[in-house]
Design a binder for this molecule. Sequence first.
Ligand code: SF4
Ligand code: SF4
Length: 336
Amino acid sequence: MTTILKISAESLEALFAALGDSGRRILGPTETDGRVDLGEVQTPAQVADAHLQLTLSAKEAVFPRVERLLSYKTMPGKVELNDAEPDIQPTVLFGLRPCEASGFGSLDSVFNWDSRDKFFNARVEQMTVVGLSCTQADDACFCTSVGGGPGSTKGSDLLLTPLADGHYLVEILTAKGEEIQALAPHLFQPAVNEDKEALLAKLEPHFDREALTAKLPGLFTSELWAEQSLRCVGCGACAFVCPTCACFDIQEEADTKEGQRLRCWDSCGLRQFTLHASGHNPRSAQAERWRQRIYHKFSYFPQRFGEAMCVGCGKCTRACPVDMNLKEHLTQACGT
Ligand code: SF4
Ligand code: SF4
């Protein structure tokens, strides 16, 4: 059951100190030259507060760009294998937007649907998410079209919503959230009659996600995907910034004596992703790769897991060098 309290902005300094004293690392949005990335912080003053979104996404906290899975050495007559043992610390992700926080649910489905991924789960177990509701949105945002919202609690252990009086409304949502509050209970006060909805960004839904999912099987051979993807240069930026994209490939780095096996981010938008050793490519055209991206997120994934593999954050649109606007493309598909 959710507990609702409030905390003053000044008290966050003491809360950060308590988190640090408890041995937790704090990662929060930090701004450098106009980019906002997740970085290690010790005080609230180091946390960026005017940004809309992280430039990349928080998925790196549980799914690094490159991860060593194992290493090996070859010796006369034998091979020595060593499992990677990554250094995973208790970590608080502070100030994640609700869309980012809910993206961890999609990653959890991917990394646990058939076997449980050891590295992903070890990081999730050590992670606490302190979300921060959105009071602004831009033209790329469409969280309300895919089941989310500017104050959605999904994926957060504790959600902060800025109040007009210099406090934050605090929703304590999970046992991990309760642990954070228990570190410094005197910093929290009762919250009475606060109207959270009135404080949030206003964002009308642009399309009906379930109707889109129902429609996509009938659009598989439509010219729409070629039309939409004509300007796509296949750079993969949309996937690398996405909180839910989880494509990876396995690379082997080795010489004759030793080597390591690495899991590296990849993207279904890249030509080489499906290129066979024979030279055949089952998705040889960019239109087929664009269609795959849309169908994976809005058809195949919802059929398997009941929700879209997209949180409507709009990062892909903001990152795209040729201005592909996912919200507009999906709205167009709904109307086709
Ligand atoms: S596809 Fe785009 S809008 Fe959807 S979660 Fe990924 S980056 Fe965000
Ligand atoms: S970022 Fe834009 S150009 Fe690059 S692959 Fe994605 S849609 Fe295509």
